[in-house]
Write a new protein. Structure first.
Length: 437
């Protein structure tokens, strides 16, 4: 990986793309420290200092925003509205025939879906910004802070509207920056910005573990966490690269005097076909009961049960529910994102077949059988990786956003692998020596 970056910096046009990407990342991090107008920054810092190690209900969103959410900056909403909009449209593609038709139209249809994603992102940003401002105004953003209800001194409608508009504009600016990286930089822009947000919290989280450690002034715990992190990265890279290759052969066809086909290829089915989506789904779904209790202020039996069992990440019921939800959403997402019947029909249309399997329905059944078999280890792997922060919470007294585990490590390794592959492919295009040397 380091060799690929070193070679890329020696290539003039790739060096410009890398420097442009780094510049956008720096600009993105600067925006994460500019407070929203109408917020008392001193009171926010006071509440941040008084906050416990866990970030509570807003921990996941705060991680995706690079810590900007709880500081109520112009980039407080981060990339989450765009992620949510993309997932919603991807799910609706299976349900709405119009979106399914657009998806099959190729580049023009994808451009239309991207436009719908932008509109939905702005709408979700307005909704989430309003919720964040309302939460900050009534003091619920920091539960036990003494000045929590003084974070927004002026609670007028005009100030609230200005804050919501500023956060929505910040989300739109993040979308634009991501598209700039995609067009003029290296890699997928939104993924790069997500990587930047999560990686920005690593130094602080590691140093907090060192400060809380008791053995050898905290350096022993710090070293153990680093070793655990390297092992986690190796495991994630191994599983993310693992795939089941289904061999496919294409029969020869004579068109005029020319022969076409007769080639052999394969269908790569990844072990973790769903990626990080099941973890995000499960985390979001588990937040809903606690959010209902927080905003309604109910003291009923169900509310007390939720507070006791579904708020603390180290509770056995929370851990088991979280694990089962991840396994369920892994199968659910794979079922809607990969259609064996469509793949089988396309193979049959172009004369392709799997050796030993008849074309058509038997091929679809075989693909579905293999996909279900490899999804089981993939879903169990996702569930175990997601529980690493909980184990660290118990053993090392770390916060629930432990850096090496769960959503953070999956996204960072996934984006890193994707970016390195793109750099290597562009290097190969520019340094191709041909058949004769």
């Amino acid at each position: 990986m380091l060799t690929a970056f070193a070679r890329a910096f020696k290539t003039p046009d790739l060096r410009k793309k890398l420097l442009f990407t780094l510049g956008i990342m720096v600009l993105f991090r600067l925006g994460a420290h500019v407070p929203v107008p109408g917020v008392d920054y001193r009171n926010v810092q006071t509440c941040m200092d008084q906050a416990k190690s866990g970030m509570g209900l807003f921990g996941l969103v705060n991680m995706f925003s690079g810590g900007a959410l709880l500081q109520i900056t112009i980039f407080a909403l981060g990339i989450m509205p765009y992620i949510t909009a993309s997932i919603i449209l991807q799910l609706l593609t299976v349900v709405i025939p119009r979106l399914e038709a657009l998806k099959k139209e190729g580049q023009s249809g994808q451009a239309k879906i991207t436009q719908y994603t932008r509109y939905l992102t702005v709408a979700l940003a307005i909704l989430q910004g309003t919720g964040l401002v309302a939460t900050a105004s009534n003091g619920a953003l920091f539960g036990n802070c003494t000045v929590g209800n003084q974070i927004v001194p002026d609670k007028s409608v005009f100030t609230t509207a200005i804050m919501v508009i500023t956060m929505t504009a910040g989300t739109a600016l993040i979308m634009w920056l991501g598209e700039l990286i995609t067009d003029r930089g290296i890699g997928n822009g939104m993924s790069i910005l997500m990587f930047t947000s999560i990686a920005a919290g690593f130094p602080g989280a590691l140093w907090a573990i060192k400060m809380q450690g008791k053995l050898m002034d905290g350096w022993l715990e710090f070293g153990l966490v680093i070793l655990c992190g390297l092992a986690m990265v190796a495991l994630v890279v191994f599983v993310e690269q693992a795939q089941r290759r289904i061999p496919v052969q294409y029969a020869k066809r004579m068109i005029g005097r020319r022969s076409y086909g007769g080639t052999s290829t394969y269908i790569p089915l990844k072990v973790n076909q769903a990626g990080v989506i099941p973890v995000i789904f499960a985390s979001s779904l588990l937040y809903i009961p606690a959010l209902l209790v927080q905003f309604t202020g109910s003291k009923a039996d169900w509310a007390n049960w939720v507070q006791a069992n579904l708020v603390k990440g180290d509770h056995p019921i929370y851990m088991v529910t979280y694990f089962l939800l991840i396994v369920f959403f892994a199968f659910f997402y794979v079922a809607i994102s990969f259609n064996p019947e469509e793949v089988a029909d396309n193979m049959k249309k172009y004369g392709g077949f799997i050796p030993g399997i008849r074309a058509g329905r038997p091929t679809a059944e075989y693909l579905s059988y293999v996909l279900n078999r490899i999804t089981w280890p993939g879903s169990l792997y996702l569930g175990l990786i997601a529980l690493v922060p909980t184990v660290a919470l118990v053993t090392l007294n770390a916060n629930q956003n432990f850096p090496f585990g769960g959503t953070s490590i999956l996204i960072i390794v996934g984006v890193g692998l994707e970016t390195v592959k793109q750099i290597e492919s562009q290097l190969q295009q520019r340094n191709y020596e041909g058949f004769l040397r």
